[in-house]
Design a protein around this ligand. Structure first.
Ligand code: H79
Length: 434
């Protein structure tokens, strides 16, 4: 081979490799519109529900307690959620002021909460309940005007073709063999069912990629399939990494964008896509009967405001009980947040992060010419904030409409705060600017 022909063939190989790479993802107009809707919606209900709920020790119980598949398979016969009421669940989300629901279609245990035709490891074939729960939920969401996302685990502790295995699910007792591409075909077939049998799906929320960070997940192929079936569907992936090509939003788990209190958000640099952060009301995602560490309503409202002030949505989780009911501690908190939103929602819905970046005392959001100052933690009657980009014309409290005096001073703008009742959740000052 001459030198020249070597160079030519190397260049040809490189060109072929480039051709083989997927073209840059071009979101459809419907997808771009859905992203705007998503950012305006701001607040969603996360639901972790599966056969693990029976044990009441969270959704990681199979992995954490090293339960082999043979034993774990005794759970579906005990899962009979006769009190499941889709209308009540969607009604609760609405009462909380939530605009969308993201529910586990399949968590890491691989169990499908709908009547998948791809295997028998699903609610229709393996439980005494024998009914698809995603279908009535999808119908009820449509009826009540709530958008529906599916949380879908990449990781699977039950499927024999999830092989080679990753960092988790190592005690399931599966044979040490399997065909990962066949597993991915299975997953794409399941996703096709979800995207063709349940009406409009707002998006797919992936999780578990981190189990095998370096595997070839064929992400782009799966993302393209989703966008082909429903162009508006928003794809997000909780891989704790910066967004990959083909994704439509970026999420953070138990951390505000840019924070890393969990220890696994360090590589999730904030990208250009719409943002979402998710968190729990107590600690666990799936039902955990011993978990009494409930966050206060105040804390949750603050988190919602902080998410909005960081230009992100808040997806707040509940883990319903195995009988289909939702524990009171969750219901009361959700309703209290809804009551705060009924008076202060203007400072959350349809807003974007405000002109003043998040501060120890609180955050700002904005919509049009209005800047919303969320006073989360400030005991004194005066608050000094940086000058706004445009001069303030007037200011008032959002709840009650009490006029609020603002005053330009050296070093910023003084806000004369109204008297706030003890235990006040979040006093919002709406500042009209020129
Ligand atoms: O569905 C909920 C949880 O079950 C799931 N995501 C939320 C939305 C979740 N899975 N794992 N985690 C949450 C915690 C993640 C821990 C990790 Fe790791 C640290 C992943 C990678 C580093 C655990 C430890 C898995 C591998 C090492």
């Amino acid at each position: 081979m001459t030198r020249r022909s070597f160079v030519t063939s190397a260049a040809a190989t490189a060109a072929a490799a480039r051709m083989a790479q997927a073209a840059p993802y071009q979101p459809a107009p419907a997808n771009l519109k859905a992203r705007e809707w998503f950012q305006d919606a701001k607040f969603g209900l996360f639901i972790h529900w599966g056969v693990y709920s029976v044990l009441g020790r969270g959704e990681w119980v199979m992995n954490n307690e090293k339960i082999p598949i043979t034993e774990y398979e005794t759970l579906p016969p005990r899962f009979n959620p006769v009190k499941f009421d889709a209308a009540a669940w969607v009604g609760l989300a609405k009462a909380a002021g939530q605009k969308y629901i993201t529910i586990t279609s399949k968590h890491h245990d691989g169990f499908a909460m709908w009547g998948t035709k791809q295997n028998k490891w699903n609610i229709v074939d393996a439980t005494p309940y024998g009914k698809d729960v995603l279908k009535p939920l999808a119908e009820e969401c449509r009826r009540q005007g709530v958008h529906l996302f599916f949380y879908h685990s990449h990781l699977d502790w039950h499927h024999p073709d999830y092989y080679p295995r990753g960092r988790t699910g190592l005690y399931s007792g599966r044979p040490e063999s399997g065909d990962f591409n066949r597993y991915l075909d299975f997953m794409d077939a399941q996703l096709t069912e979800l995207l063709t049998g349940y009406g409009d799906v707002a998006g797919i929320w992936f999780d578990g990629h981190w189990d095998k960070k370096d595997a070839n997940w064929r992400l782009r192929q799966t993302y393209d399939l989703i966008h082909k079936l429903q162009p508006h569907a928003l794809v997000g992936n909780n891989h704790h990494l910066p967004p990959f090509e083909g994704e439509d939003f970026q999420m953070f788990e138990k951390d505000l964008p840019g924070q890393n209190t969990t220890g696994f958000s360090d590589e999730s640099k904030i990208g250009a896509l719409p943002l979402e952060t998710c968190d729990t009301i107590n600690v666990a995602w799936g039902y955990n009967s011993n978990d009494k560490r409930f966050k206060s309503t105040r804390n949750l409202i603050h988190y919602l405001a902080k998410a909005a002030g960081n230009n992100a949505n808040f997806l707040l989780n509940i883990g319903p009980k195995p009988d289909g009911t939702i524990q009171d501690e969750f219901v009361t908190r959700l309703k209290d947040i809804g009551s705060w939103l009924s008076k202060n929602g203007e400072s959350i819905y349809g807003t974007r992060g405000g002109p003043i970046t998040p501060r120890p005392w609180g955050v700002t959001t904005q919509k049009g010419r209005t800047v919303y100052v969320h006073v989360l933690d400030w005991p004194d009657p005066m608050l000094l904030i940086p000058r706004l980009p445009k001069p303030a014309k007037s200011a008032k409290t959002l709840d009650g409409g009490q006029p609020v005096k603002t005053q330009l001073v050296d070093g910023g703008m003084l806000v004369h705060l109204p008297q706030r009742p003890a235990g006040d959740w979040n006093t919002v000052i709406a500042v009209e600017t020129a």
